[in-house]
Design a protein around this ligand. Sequence first.
Ligand SMILES: Cc1cc2nc3c(=O)[nH]c(=O)nc-3n(C[C@H](O)[C@H](O)[C@H](O)COP(=O)(O)OP(=O)(O)OC[C@H]3O[C@@H](n4cnc5c(N)ncnc54)[C@H](O)[C@@H]3O)c2cc1C
Length: 352
Amino acid sequence: MLMDLDYLQALMGGTLAETPADSYRDIWVIAETRQSRLAQVTRELLGRARELADLLGVHVATVLIGHNTSGLAGEAVAHGSDVVYILDDALLADYRTETYVKPLASLIEEKKPEIVIMGATARGRDLAPRLATRLKTGLISECVALDVDETERLLLGTRPTYGGMLLTTVACPKARPQMATALPGCFHALPPDHNREGTVEDIAVSVTEADIVGRFEPTQAAQPKMSVTDAPVIVAGGRGIAGSEGFTQLEELAMLLGGTVAASHSAVEFGWAPREHMVDITANHVHPDLYIAVGISGAFPHRMATRGTRCLVAINTDARAPIFRQADYGIIGDWREVIPELIHAVKEAKTQ
Ligand SMILES: Cc1cc2nc3c(=O)[nH]c(=O)nc-3n(C[C@H](O)[C@H](O)[C@H](O)COP(=O)(O)OP(=O)(O)OC[C@H]3O[C@@H](n4cnc5c(N)ncnc54)[C@H](O)[C@@H]3O)c2cc1C
């Protein structure tokens, strides 16, 4: 199904700015950083942006907005960017909607990128719609695939609808830039090429204290955990775990295997695991070497989000559960018996 954002907006009584598309060029990725590196989702988006830019014959630009992030320009170029715009200011050190939207909107209005993409992360989900509204353009949110119609120079964003039961491809034919957010784990980052060359441009930023409406109070920093989209090993629990206590055991196994714990949509909805751990078509898409699905039935939205797994092990009491059709190895049994045995076996193997 192809949806036209201009048509939808007209139905709702609003209008998108109709702009001469010819004056817009290049694909931009609004970067996020994690622990002094480009976030994995940014590297993935750069990889896809590079492929799409080559189809359209345009450049890829990365926007590094924050404080003291200019050192990441080389990483952005190595991952496929031709140009890096640096917006640096001490007031941009912490993400705040108002201080980020203003300079980004000004830069986009000045440079006129054809396509602007960012991760459908907590920050991207807040920033992208505000930016799109400011620019009077459409936003294709939470895409799992990004393509282009080379003839019409249209961005085609495919996104799950009706809780992931239907995939819809959406385009924004008239307004520019065309904007999209994409879910983490949907694209592959290119292997870094440190011989690539790109240009770096410092952009003057004019945010002031007066632009800041909300303020953060510093609290005890949480120990950063491995994100589910980066983890080589994932131990994921579903509704069959029947409570948050069981996740402590899954976490122990995950730690022993050098990985992280994750959860199905249901387990997160029940409050047994945090939302950033969710593996689902509408959340994180994962590509681990090993994925142990515990008490997870293998419903379609979960299957789609784990397609990139190299080896899937399923533990389930129901021999007819669909997860066994997807699994490389299956254990029919109660996790309460299987997981302690696995923990014991891994500990023993580690001492040998
Ligand atoms: C509140 C809520 C909101 C939702 N919203 C959405 C949505 O927006 N979009 C969407 O796509 N989906 C949604 N879903 C559905 C959800 O995505 C799927 O149902 C989910 O992926 C399936 O989760 P699951 O496999 O953990 O649970 P289930 O499908 O219930 O599977 C549980 C599995 O655990 C096994 N099991 C039970 N006990 C044990 C045991 N002791 N040991 C081992 N195995 C055991 C069972 O045999 C079963 O196969 C929602 C669900 C809920 C509850």
